[in-house]
Design a protein around this ligand. Structure first.
Ligand SMILES: *Cc1c(COP(=O)(O)O)cnc(C)c1O
Length: 411
């Protein structure tokens, strides 16, 4: 008889986005003409940079000519892309990362999930709360947790609450943990980590033999030159951290698909027989067995991000979304709300007023302003009492949504 991976049955039924859709549907049934504005989903809205489009069109032509046609490429990505990544994203910032340590992929989401393939059972896993749900659900699927409780917490995971009280950076655990997921600038809170914050994590990881899984998908939104873009800006991180990056949020590649993961060769773990093994060797083996590389066309598009035109066009996109974020911050503050994030991230994390629950605030915003956001409690128990507003939208929609809030919403 066929058996299944019953860990999947432990997953809390996809609740957050279906529930949002359900409440919006119920509302539109009785208010069919209400012009709803969605500031909920974490997807970009602006078109691809011209440099990327031009490079991809040229790449299509390459494919049409026997002399430049490409079949399977290297599973790890083409050298010309890996070299540009290593030199411009890392070496230019003083990080000692070599092109051979870059693994190009089709998404940060799959990499942060697939990485569990190279770790064993029995690790203690720490995640922040609230959190990007992929880290949690992939651990559930891999059988690293017990069942979920009513608050949405899985037995066996070590939750690190990130709230206004700790400046949304999480307290260093008071016990040893093996794998630590960190995401800065953070989705959903929009918080950043300073070099001192990351140094505390790197020192902890090295003292405890832990591995940090550092998600820097939003690094391009950092505007303060003092804030670290990469965990490898911290001394010792090459010995304890894997970093995930993506072209989704900087160059608008959410529908084009390209990302990469950095696994330093100096990141070593000890196998049960005492042998020293590099995680680089395991991830290389995993990728070359289960993955056949990102499309040539898309890698050419990603390469164009590193050209002078590409860089300035990406800066233009980031600037546009950060101006949206600034408008949202300003207008919500004017309406008497307390806001966090949105300065080095496209997300604004709002404290719900008058002790409203995240879902009550959702209903109020929908009913009074026809604006849809994301209840903080959907990202974890400690997100209760908060609400995420995304700056990924047109200027017109952002301005209209915000004036509805300042006009109709009284704290
Ligand atoms: C958007 C996002 C990513 C990138 O995902 P892709 O699969 O590369 O599109 C990674 N991590 C977080 C937290 C994100 O919000």
């Amino acid at each position: 008889m066929v058996t299944i991976n019953e860990n999947y049955l432990k997953l809390k039924a996809g609740y957050l986005f279906p529930e949002i859709a359900r409440r919006v549907r119920v509302f539109t049934e009785s208010n069919p003409d209400a012009p709803i504005i969605k500031l909920g989903i974490g997807d970009v809205t602006e078109p691809l940079p011209e440099a990327c489009r031009t490079a991809m069109i040229k790449a299509v032509e390459d494919m049409g000519d026997r002399a430049t046609f490409k079949g399977y490429g290297p599973e790890q990505g083409y050298a010309w892309l890996r070299e540009k990544i290593a030199s411009q994203d890392f070496q230019a910032r003083g990080c000692e990362i070599d092109a051979s340590e870059i693994f190009v992929s089709d998404g940060g989401k799959c990499d942060t999930g697939n990485i569990l393939d190279i770790f064993g059972k029995g690790n203690t896993i720490a995640v922040t709360d609230p959190v990007y749900p992929v880290y949690v659900d992939t651990n559930v699927m891999a059988g690293h947790t017990g069942p979920v409780n009513d608050k949405g917490e899985y037995e066996g995971l070590f939750y690190l609450p990130i709230t206004a009280e700790n400046n949304f950076t999480a307290k260093i655990p008071d016990r040893p943990v093996d794998l630590i997921y960190l995401c800065f600038p953070n989705n959903p809170t929009g918080a950043t980590a300073s070099k001192a914050d990351l140094k505390a994590w790197v020192d902890y990881a090295r003292a405890n033999g832990s591995v940090i899984l550092f998600d820097a998908a939003y690094e391009a939104f950092i505007t303060d030159p003092e804030l670290p873009h990469s965990i490898y800006e911290i001394e010792g991180a090459r010995e304890c951290a894997i970093e995930f990056r993506s072209f989704s949020k900087n160059a608008g590649f959410t529908g084009t698909r390209c990302a990469y993961t950095v696994v330093p060769k100096s990141l070593k773990v000890t196998a049960s027989d005492g042998a020293e093994v590099t995680l680089h060797q395991l991830w290389n083996r995993r990728q070359s067995t289960k993955f056949n590389g990102v499309s040539y066309l898309v890698q050419r598009g990603a390469e164009a991000v590193y050209s002078p035109e590409g860089q300035s066009q990406v800066q233009g996109l980031i600037k546009f979304y950060l101006e949206n974020a600034q408008i949202i911050r300003q207008k919500l503050s004017d309406a008497g709300l307390t806001v966090y994030g949105g300065v080095h991230a496209p997300y604004i994390w709002v404290k719900t007023p008058q002790g409203l629950s995240s879902w009550d605030f959702f209903d109020k915003l929908l009913n009074l302003c026809y604006v849809v956001g994301t209840p903080g409690s959907g990202f974890g128990a400690a997100g209760e009492g908060y609400f995420r507003i995304s700056a990924f939208n047109s200027r017109e929609n952002v301005e209209e949504a915000m004036s509805r809030i300042t006009d109709n919403f009284k704290v």
